[in-house]
Design a protein around this ligand. Structure first.
Ligand SMILES: Cc1cc2nc3c(=O)[nH]c(=O)nc-3n(C[C@H](O)[C@H](O)[C@H](O)COP(=O)(O)OP(=O)(O)OC[C@H]3O[C@@H](n4cnc5c(N)ncnc54)[C@H](O)[C@@H]3O)c2cc1C
Ligand code: SF4
Length: 435
């Protein structure tokens, strides 16, 4: 009898182990498939820059790439094979490739559907337009450490290339973009005693400014010219921005913010750089403008008013205000939710679509929470047609109406940097899933 019992128990255990394993694998598969489906439904299935392509015939389903990826839910196992389940959230760390035990991962730019323009650069980061250089993510080298390092190297090469520095009325160098690459370049330009100027359409920090609040940033310690080593590996977005501000302050540098460069032209042997209503002259130009582009405008009357913004940095500043957020993607939803959490705000969200869905699941949940709590009013299928100091005029279902308003935030997508590259005459290759 005891013998039979032992056989039954052993038999049950033998069955249970593979069954538990199977159920666990199935759960992982179902979760990953659901995440991928959501990304597809939301149209968020195209990675922005460098990303992994996994060869299903070589992949053995070890899951090493999934564990190695520092961004949450970017990779998952579908049918026991590694898959990019949240393509839009891949930022090109490349740790998945290094972690794969069977070399099944290739890192590529672009996809069959969406090409990514990679400029042609010499080993010194100079483009085919002599005197115009590129550093950072625009050149294909993403991530903070890489961008800072390239900025430093590019500024050094530029200093070496200048025969005569300090020409009257013409700066030695104009740096466009104050993200990590622009910061690295400015510090090196200062060390090289260049007469230079830094312009940014927003402000110091670049893409880091747009990370979700309190995002944990993964990077590497780096040596900053004139400042010393910064020993960081994991740091919160806000702390990293503070650190960069401290670097700029202590290095006595200035970023000319709110200057969007529209054109760079060669005139009489130097470059003339045009922003909205200013012109700057420089012998060399460094494009460190990243890949995230420039916000699209609505092109409606009143959009030039100071109360209209395209980025939300400090939600607390808007306590007690009547705010309209325009857009239906992640940036719009994150901003609307953050503003609803501020004391005394009245927040409306205007979106031209018939439902809000093109964003991350956690943002959608938070958005719904605010709508259900009556803190956020959604105006679907609506369009802004006019903005003035006191109110905003919108249309919805063919009817025109006005909202009392103190502040407008517009998140209507971005214009890629390709336009500026073309205007400057920089040659590039459009990559569709190539290394
Ligand atoms: C959500 C998210 C999370 C990330 N997390 C990490 C991470 O944890 N670790 C990591 O290493 N990397 C991370 N990255 C990637 C990293 O932020 C970028 O690779 C890096 O910022 C690139 O630096 P850059 O200086 O080349 O460009 P950017 O940081 O994009 O800076 C470009 C600057 O140029 C300005 N600009 C653009 N066009 C113009 C114009 N026409 N005129 C004037 N100014 C202009 C922009 O306003 C911007 O300030 C993340 C990216 C994203 C989107
Ligand atoms: S490239 Fe980076 S963000 Fe993308 S999947 Fe690999 S480790 Fe994750």
């Amino acid at each position: 009898m005891l013998e039979i019992l032992v056989y039954v128990v052993v038999g049950l255990i033998t069955l249970l182990i593979p069954l538990t394993y199977f159920l666990h694998e199935k759960e992982k598969h179902d979760k990953a498939s659901a995440t991928l489906q959501k990304a597809l439904d939301a149209g968020l299935d195209q990675p922005v820059s460098l990303h992994p392509v996994i060869d299903p015939n070589t992949c053995i389903g070890s899951g090493s790439c999934v564990s190695a990826c520092p961004e949450k839910d970017v990779l998952g196992l579908i049918h026991n094979r590694g898959s990019l389940i949240n393509p839009n959230r891949c930022i090109g760390h490349g740790m998945c490739q290094a972690a794969c035990p069977v070399d099944a991962i290739t890192l590529v730019f672009g996809t069959e559907k969406r090409g990514v323009d990679i400029p042609h650069l010499t080993g010194k980061f100079e483009t085919n337009v002599k005197g115009v250089y590129i550093a950072g993510e625009l050149g294909g080298m993403g991530l903070i450490y890489n961008a800072v390092t390239q900025g430093i190297q590019a500024a050094h090469n530029i200093a070496e290339s200048l025969e005569k520095k300090g020409k009257k009325d013409v700066h030695d160098l104009l740096i466009i973009g104050a993200g990590p690459a622009g910061i690295g370049a400015s510090l090196q330009a200062k060390r090289e005693n260049l007469d230079f100027i830094v312009l940014d359409q927003y402000d110091l920090g670049g893409t880091i400014l747009s990370y979700p609040r309190r995002k944990l940033v993964m990077t590497r310690p780096m040596e900053l010219p004139g400042y010393g080593q910064i020993k960081i590996r994991e740091v919160q977005k806000e702390n990293l921005l503070e650190l960069f501000q401290d670097v700029i302050l202590k290095s006595d540098l200035k970023v000319h913010s709110g200057r969007k460069v529209e054109e760079v032209n060669r005139v009489n042997g130097h470059f003339v750089i045009k922003t909205g209503d200013e012109e700057f002259s420089a012998q060399r130009v460094l494009l460190s403008i990243g890949r995230r582009g420039t916000p699209k405008k609505l092109n409606v009357p009143g959009e030039e008013l100071p109360k209209v913004a395209y980025k939300l940095l400090e939600p607390e500043r808007f306590a007690g205000q009547r705010i309209l957020v325009v857009g239906g993607g992640d940036s719009a939803i994150e901003a609307a939710v953050a503003l609803c959490e501020v004391e005394g705000t009245t927040v409306h969200l205007s979106y031209r679509g018939e439902r809000v869905y093109r964003c991350k699941e956690e943002n959608l949940d938070q958005f719904q929470r605010m709508v259900d709590a009556g803190k956020l009013t959604t105006l679907l299928e609506s369009n802004v047609i006019d903005i003035n100091e006191e109110e905003v005029t919108l249309t919805q279902n063919g009817k025109e109406f006005k909202l009392p308003n103190d502040q407008v935030f517009i998140f209507a997508g971005g214009e890629l940097p390709t336009r500026l590259l073309e205007q400057v005459g920089v040659e590039f290759t459009r990559k569709f899933g190539e290394a």
